[in-house]
Structures are given as structure tokens and as C-alpha cells.
Design a protein around this ligand. Structure first.
Ligand code: MD3
Ligand code: FE
Length: 225
């Protein structure tokens, strides 16, 4: 069994932890927003992102249909999500450098495990982290994440920098999406019945963050293999 009562699990795993006190908003049967959950990790995340992107710089991937994505992307961990004219897939090598992606930073693994546990997914061990970089106007159109092998594994996402509006749809593309604002430090966990819901990000509005400037960075943790 991988899915038990979240509050109980968190208390058992992290007794006395301040993490236990952070707010948890339920947005689906098995989807939760943990407001500000990443705040305690901020300094480590900023350092780790700089290290990852110095080894595997952000790049604009091309979709199978031939469109260049407005979101710039890179990866760390054993596998990275890539797109080109041939399709979407996970790859152990960065196609730009043709070397392995940078290792998953310890702070990334720690944050993703604690967040998943808070949503009841105590066995989550991410092997892939997609790092998305949004500039004003960048958007991610409605899609499903279905390139992973095991849909019983949740996805954990961390929002940093300027705020964005997350579109949370249903299992059919036609279902009208809810709009959920996501702010610096917010963490969202999707699993179970919510794992294959359509989702996207509205075009980023111009605003300013003390560290990230006009940008929004999103870390998306997956178990790819
Ligand atoms: C909702 N990224 O990289 S959070 C993506 O903020 C992606 O950059 C967005 O969608 C971003 O694929 C949204 C990540 C997310 C991932 C999986 C989901 C949201 C999800 C699965 C089901 C529902
Ligand atoms: Fe997605």
C-alpha cells in the first residue's frame, strides 16, 4: 500500500517538524497545494538550480509538430524529459551535451520526498526533475503528463519566482479547467485519481521577484522509470 492518511504519515515520519505545521489545500481527491512549503529550502534550491543550469543550460525544445516551446527547459537526475521532432520521451543523456544530466541535488530529493509524504505518498523516490523557466508571455498549453511508466507514482511540483496561474482540468481535454494561482515557494502534489488530469500554465504576467527577476522557475519531480 502506498497511500495512507497524509496527516498521520507526516506526523509519524517527521515528529515535531515545522513542516508538519505548513498549510495544505486540497484541490482534488489526491492533489494538494502546500503553500510556502519550499520556503525553508529556498537558499539550497537557488544554489542547486545555478549548479544544474551551469552544467545543463536552459534550452527551448521543439515539439513533434515543429513548434518551439516558449518555456525553456533543462533536467537533473537519472532521466530527463526531452522533446524533438521525433517525439516526447525520457532520456539518460542531455541531447545538447550528449552526457548524463546533472545529478539530482540532495535538497531537491529531500524536498520532493517530504512533500510527497505530506500528500500521503510515502514511497516516492524521484529519478527525474524537469526544470522549467518562464519569461513574461511564456505559457504551457493544456496537456497530460503520461510519458512516465508508473501512473501510481505522484508528481511533485515546486514554484519559484514570479507568480503564475495554473490551469487544473479534468481527465478529458474538454473539461473546463479551474484556475489556481501559484506563488514563490508553493509545492503541489498530484497522484492517484488526479495524476492524469489535463493541466497547463497561463501566459506569465510581467512582475518582479527579488532573486528571480521577471522569471518563474518550476521544478517538476517525477518517477520516470
Ligand atoms: C497536474 N509544468 O512540466 S506544474 C510540466 O508549472 C508542467 O511548469 C507546469 O505541467 C509548470 O509538465 C505545471 C506540474 C504538473 C505536473 C503533473 C501534473 C501538474 C500536474 C499531473 C496532473 C495534474
Ligand atoms: Fe505537465
Amino acid at each position: 500500500m502506498t497511500h495512507t492518511d497524509p496527516a498521520k504519515v507526516t506526523m509519524d515520519l517527521f515528529p515535531g517538524s515545522t513542516i508538519y505545521e505548513s498549510k495544505r489545500e486540497q484541490i482534488g481527491a489526491e492533489a494538494f497545494v502546500l503553500r510556502g512549503f519550499a520556503q525553508d529550502y529556498e537558499a539550497d534550491l537557488i544554489q542547486a538550480i545555478a549548479n544544474v543550469t551551469s552544467n545543463a543550460p536552459f534550452r527551448h525544445m521543439v515539439t513533434p509538430g515543429g513548434f518551439t516551446m516558449s518555456v525553456a527547459m533543462t533536467n537533473c537526475g537519472s532521466y530527463g524529459w526531452v522533446s524533438d521532432r521525433k517525439g516526447y520521451r525520457y532520456s539518460a543523456l542531455d541531447p545538447v551535451s550528449q552526457t548524463p544530466w546533472p545529478a539530482m541535488p540532495a535538497s531537491f530529493l529531500d524536498l520532493s520526498r517530504h512533500a510527497a509524504a505530506k500528500a500521503g505518498f510515502v514511497t516516492f523516490a524521484s529519478d527525474a526533475c524537469l526544470v522549467n523557466c518562464y519569461e513574461p508571455g511564456s505559457r504551457l498549453s493544456l496537456h497530460q503528463d503520461k510519458d512516465e511508466l508508473d501512473f501510481d507514482q505522484p508528481i511533485v511540483s515546486v514554484s519559484l519566482g514570479v507568480p503564475a496561474v495554473f490551469l487544473f482540468g479534468g481527465l478529458s481535454r474538454k473539461d473546463k479547467p479551474e484556475r489556481i494561482p501559484l506563488f514563490h515557494g508553493d509545492v503541489v502534489v498530484w497522484g492517484g485519481a488526479d495524476r492524469l488530469r489535463y493541466h497547463g500554465i497561463l501566459p506569465l504576467k510581467e512582475s518582479h521577484h527579488p532573486h528571480f527577476g521577471k522569471q518563474r522557475i518550476n521544478l517538476t519531480f517525477r518517477k520516470a522509470v
